[in-house]
Write a protein that binds this ligand. Sequence first.
Ligand SMILES: Cc1cc2nc3c(=O)[nH]c(=O)nc-3n(C[C@H](O)[C@H](O)[C@H](O)COP(=O)(O)OP(=O)(O)OC[C@H]3O[C@@H](n4cnc5c(N)ncnc54)[C@H](O)[C@@H]3O)c2cc1C
Length: 691
Amino acid sequence: MTSLRGALSRALPALRASEDEADRVAYARDLWPREHLAVRAGHPAEHRPGAIAWPTSTSEVANLVRWGCAEGVPLIPFGAGSGVCAGIRPHGGAVVVDLKRMARVRRLDPEAPLVEVEAGHMGVPLERRLNRSGFTLGHFPSSILCSTVGGWIATRSAGQCSGMYGKIEDMTVALECVTGQGETVSFSRRTSGPDLVPLILGSEGTLAIVTSATFRLHPEPTTRAFGSWSFPTTERGWEAMRTIFQRGLRPAIARLYDPFDAMLARQRGGHSDLRETNGRERVPGRGGAALRAILGRPRALNDLLHSRAAARALGGALLVVVFEGSVESASQGLEQTRGIVEAMRGTWEGDAPARRWMERRYAVSYRQAPVFANGSFVDTFEVATRWSDLGRLYESVRRALGDHVFVMAHFSHAYPDGCCVYFSFAGSADAKEARDLGWDEACGRTYDRTWNAALAAAVEAGGTLAHHHGVGRSKAPRLPAELGVGIDVVRALMQAFDPKGILNPGNLVAGEATSTSTSTSTSTSTSTSTSTSTSIHVDRQSLLVSVEGGVDLASLERTLNDAGLTIAAVVPSPALSVAQWLAWGAPGSRDRWLDPVDHLVAGLDATLVDGRRISIRPAPRRAVGPDLVALLVGANGRFGLVERAWLRVHERGVPLPTSASFEHERDIALGPGEGALLDAIERCLAWRPPH
Ligand SMILES: Cc1cc2nc3c(=O)[nH]c(=O)nc-3n(C[C@H](O)[C@H](O)[C@H](O)COP(=O)(O)OP(=O)(O)OC[C@H]3O[C@@H](n4cnc5c(N)ncnc54)[C@H](O)[C@@H]3O)c2cc1C
């Protein structure tokens, strides 16, 4: 018995734990594709944990954390290990904490409706359980077969039906967690007053171990309506998608494929990603030599396949749309979408491509192995931005990737103010490097160059580095470039929640990377922005307004009205400044549960209480750690004040969508654990590491 397992067993004899070699190998990593290269090269699982523990209750988790805290043993929360960003990379002195034995449904309230479920519950059995009671969670990540509730929360996961139900953060009502000091704390979402739930969401196991989550539910749909359209260019397709969402339609699924991706989707009936191109019958040259040869010259291949002529020859971009709900709502949604898309000269392709996509929605993404076995690699990169910056982000990242690997893209999560671009890419070794270094090492070099270039391009183009896969250790070195001073705020949160730094150390925030001391606000698109005054800018394409904090709400609404827009809020006093209104939690704004796909605050610049400036770039949704907006909106100015905000605006006269009813207390009183953490955050924010 090694000292780690032995010490654990002595301290917590009832806790199931293991140090078997097979377990240590199995829990050594998640599904970060870079690790597959190491495995192929014959170096599997170099980062094995010292032990694995399987707690069955919140109190067992709390005891384990208190033990880890006292002994200085790092603990790595583990769901199902399907993360793709190296969120799990332990070492011999660490214990992996697998939550899967905590998989009970604690409460199903059909009146609200909501469910409280433990963090280790897997996706498919949860959805089946809910369906038996007539409900759906509405969360269908492609990894639903191999991911858990806790993993979804920790990474800010997105499901295939995000167009109607939103992402996991739009479903989460409350969380129960164990902090890094072993305190069990319940967190509730609230509209006025501080809301710490958005800080746990996306914290990737570094702030607390999530032990249960309460989710809002929807009635299980009784029917679906399907449609698909082709477009001569990808850009025309995303314009149609933008219009659909901005007119208030909420298709559960809306996916646009670029021409090459669309060609694959048509061939095999819908959903494609490069991982799927590797089904045995589809690998060119079967043995892999042809595939490696093609991927060895990615630039030529990309230039050829992404030309206008190729787009025409391939049949153009393809949009598939699925509405669900009642017979009436689904068919009405589809009819209205047809009207919009066909007026924008999308060509109706019938319902078959969308139906086939639905039938095969999970038949994808699990087919990487043949490509790796053939000596190449595949991976994906999901970024997001507002609509007015989408073209810039798409082109820059595609070009950056295209220098190194073969790339294609689809757009799978759309919102009224922006969209996620999901790049799939396949690459291989450079022939000269392979001669000098050996095949696997050369493949690894291509892989690293590809990611470095793509991440830099995404930051440069103003996008967010992750829409739903999270940051892990693979993107952590680039996170300061996106967050600026925000990275110090994330560190302060870590100190507040986990003062000893035992929870997944090294994840999300890389080593001692230093942040910039000034705001890293990205340049903003000007092409479609109307500058109505120096303090108010309307981004018409994204239906966002960028407004200075000092502007009063009456002036803001007047300016918007002149442009045919509105903030759609019944504000307590028109004389209130935007900054004050946001500090109070934006009272009178639309209830967030009415339209889970929408949100009020897309981004902001703020001054923290110690005078530092922070900039959170506008994006429809992001998965780059805790959402720092939560510290500035609804916290009564305790941590800082908003200088400028990007707020969602609505076209006057366009009906606002309303989802199924949700009856739940919006403003639950602050719990003692939450209060203590707010104090700790305040203290930790005031403390600054010496630079
Ligand atoms: C084939 C495939 C398809 C995918 N498709 C999607 C998709 O459609 N949408 C999507 O969003 N993602 C997708 N992913 C990524 C991945 O499935 C998600 O990130 C998922 O949310 C991870 O869940 P998990 O339970 O496997 O977490 P893990 O991989 O075990 O952990 C992920 C991170 O969360 C932390 N963590 C896990 N549980 C807890 C907990 N209880 N408390 C605190 N921290 C915790 C871990 O420490 C780690 O940092 C896909 C991955 C694969 C391999």
